[in-house]
Design a protein around this ligand. Structure first.
Ligand code: BT5
Length: 256
């Protein structure tokens, strides 16, 4: 935490050389009362997780695999805001510490040249009106080479090293992510701050105004990505003119 310029996030950090999943560990800590802003970082994850039971490739020493415990004053409907805030924070941090311009693919991907550079996994323990805790997992490919990527994700994944042709110091990037996240957390998650944050999100969106296909919990939809709601949902204009509000799903840009 040397040189870390935050008052909440990262004041308490747990570092592991190898762990199953930093999100799983952070949830344990949150349940046993860990304070807000606690961060779990691992050099390697052997059971890194994505959404819906998918796995996250997290080889030793090559990326940022970290989870942050938050205790935001939001209702459970506003949970998607946390992912949006984090995506914007990662994008701003990457601009600052790696001089790279990235896009955001709703809901949880940070992308570069159409490939996934970073994935975000927000898990909450909540009742409808209150969130007891939220664990925000960030998986960012930093120094992986093309050969480090398993074959099955070579077409869809990238890293800072692949994009910029050089290696990066992970601690510097972690610090800027935590600083940007703290700003987003304190200013952007509030009702009056979130509209501004959404503007930044929209500016980086790679789907806004495009024709996309979404596989959501309520089925599959095709349409135009028209905008994002104040709860973090996606507004999709269907071919019959109706607008479908989608809370979570997987977006594909290619084809129909
Ligand atoms: C995500 O899920 O993108 C959320 C990833 C969150 C990872 C972090 S690491 C720290 C913390 N601890 C955890 O255990 N997890 C969090 P989803 O949108 O479901 O995307 C998962 C899909 O991305 C996989 O099915 C693969 O296709 C692809 N994938 C897996 N590993 C990848 C990698 N390293 N880089 C790019 N794509 C990857």
């Amino acid at each position: 935490t040397r040189g870390l310029n935050t008052s909440i996030l990262g004041r308490n950090v747990e570092i592991h050389s190898s762990i199953g999943s930093t999100n799983a560990r952070a949830k344990e800590l949150a349940l046993s009362g860990a304070r807000e802003g606690t961060v779990v970082i691992a050099d390697e994850q052997v059971q890194g997780r994505g959404r819906l039971g998918r796995s996250w490739v997290s080889p030793p020493g090559k990326g940022i695999w970290m989870s942050v415990i938050l205790r935001p004053r939001l209702s459970s409907q506003q949970v998607p805001r946390i992912t949006i805030m984090t995506a914007v924070a990662v994008a701003n941090a990457l601009k600052r510490s790696a001089q790279i311009d990235v896009g955001i693919k709703w809901p949880n991907d940070v992308v570069c040249g159409g490939k996934k550079l970073c994935g975000i996994l927000t898990e909450v323990h909540a009742e409808p009106e209150v969130i007891h805790y939220a664990v925000v997992g960030i998986g960012l490919n930093v120094n992986l080479s093309f050969e480090d990527l398993p074959e099955d994700i070579r077409d869809i994944a990238t890293s800072l090293r692949i994009e910029k042709g050089k290696e990066f110091n992970r601690a510097d990037i972690i610090k800027s992510i935590l600083q940007e996240m703290e700003k987003g957390y304190l200013q952007g998650l509030r009702d009056d701050g979130f509209a501004g944050l959404l503007k930044e999100y929209e500016r980086r969106s790679v789907i806004l105004g495009k024709r996309i296909r979404v596989i959501g919990v309520d089925g599959q939809f095709s349409g135009y990505a028209q905008g994002f709601g104040l709860d973090g949902s996606l507004m999709l204009r269907l071919d019959d003119g109706r607008v479908e509000r989608i809370l979570a799903g997987d977006v594909s840009l290619r084809g129909e």
